[in-house]
Design a protein around this ligand. Structure first.
Ligand code: CUA
Length: 378
């Protein structure tokens, strides 16, 4: 591969330059055609909560500083490699330089300034995210247990020990989830009934552990503000701490409602709790018993058969402390029977009115992914 000075470049060099040119052209085309998407792919998504947006802003500043330093350093390396590469006839080491006080001062002082700057802005972001309002619009306790979430709505003057006004037991779906007013401040307490879980909503760019505490006053807590523009949106949440075999089903939804809509929902929940329990269905209506058993967040019976003229679920919930319910869902997704959840260990008889013959699904609406089976009505 050696060539004499002044001769044409070697084949290797030509191939190298061609590859480099092809890569640069490909990157340029990609940027021109898809600039915004390429640019956005360097950043997390826009956060859907005020606190998450603080985290996002901090990320942006750190990323831009890091990108500028990366481009300067890599640019200098590439320039040095090309400009000072070994050329034909370079058979001796060039003059060597040792020590440069100016360069050393610069590469000590500049990084120090950058680190101090990052420390200050991180500290400011942390303080903003951790700030809690003395008068939040709503206080909610998110309760995590193996393997489900429930949400306890607390009085305005509550602390972490206060009893709930009402509890939403279904973590998902139209009747469940963490329902919050958009444009207002919610104070959240995180309570664990057993092991460490984690409250994580990716779109809030926010995650916090739910640590079991003997003293509830030590529970993790924080403020969550969903901007008014989030009204009507639903955000997926997930336990983010491996907590056992059911970890993957510990999902929940955060549903943001406009304040008026939220108030209507809230008043309805309070009214439902205050309403007296409905009278037991009159005797004679209940049909023959159909046994269903819930154990280990599963139905022991994968299939059931029941008469179309009506029957009674004899529902045995063996899971201590874990609420289950028992609903019947038609093939079009409509619920034809909807029971109230109750924690085990307990047995309840649930009279089911006559329903048309056919194939249905029976589910626990609190654990719909784990607890489901086929019900044949004939
Ligand atoms: Cu709870 Cu993972």
């Amino acid at each position: 591969m050696s060539s004499t000075p002044g001769s044409r470049p070697s084949t290797t060099a030509i191939i190298g330059w061609l590859i480099a040119a092809a890569v640069i052209v490909a990157l340029a085309v990609l940027l021109v055609l898809n600039g915004a998407a390429v640019w956005n792919s360097f950043f997390p998504p826009e956060a859907k909560s005020v606190q998450g947006q603080e985290i996002r802003n901090l990320y942006d500043i750190v990323f831009v500083i890091a990108a500028v330093i990366f481009l300067i350093v890599e640019g200098l390396i590439v320039w040095t490699v090309i400009r000072y590469r070994r050329k034909p006839g370079d058979d001796e080491l060039p003059a060597q330089t040792h020590g440069n006080n100016l360069a050393e001062a610069i590469w000590t002082i500049v990084p120090t300034i950058i680190v101090i700057f990052l420390f200050v802005i991180s500290w400011q972001s942390l303080n903003k995210i951790e700030t809690v309002s003395a008068t939040p619009d709503l206080r909610v306790r998110a309760v995590a247990g193996q393997f489900q979430w429930s949400f306890e709505y607390l009085p305005a003057d509550a602390d972490a020990t206060t009893k709930a006004l009402f509890t939403v037991n279904a973590p998902l779906g139209p009747d469940g989830g963490l329902v919050l007013p958009a444009g207002q401040t919610t104070h959240l307490y995180l309570r664990s009934t057993d092991v460490i879980h984690a409250f994580y909503v990716p779109q809030f760019l926010f995650k916090r552990d739910v640590v079991p505490q003997k003293n509830p006053l030590h529970d993790n807590q924080f403020d969550l503000d969903i901007p008014a523009s989030g009204a009507g949106q639903t955000y997926r949440g997930q336990c983010a701490e491996l907590c056992g075999v059911g970890h993957r089903i510990m999902v929940f939804e955060v549903r943001a409602l406009a304040p008026a809509e939220f108030q209507a929902w809230y008043d309805k929940q309070v009214a439902a709790v205050n309403a007296t329990a409905p009278p037991a269905p009159s005797g004679g209506q209940a049909g023959p018993p159909v046994n269903v058993t819930a154990q280990g967040v599963k139905f022991l019976e994968p299939t059931l058969t029941a008469p179309a003229a009506g029957f009674t679920f004899h529902f045995d919930n063996k899971d201590a402390g874990t609420p289950h319910d028992l609903d019947i869902v038609a093939s079009d997704g409509k619920k034809v029977f909807d029971s109230k959840e109750f924690p085990g260990p307990a047995v309840q008889d649930l009279p089911v009115p006559p329903i048309p013959a056919g194939t249905y699904q029976f589910i626990c609406s609190i654990h719909p992914t784990l607890m489901t089976g086929t019900l044949t009505v004939q």
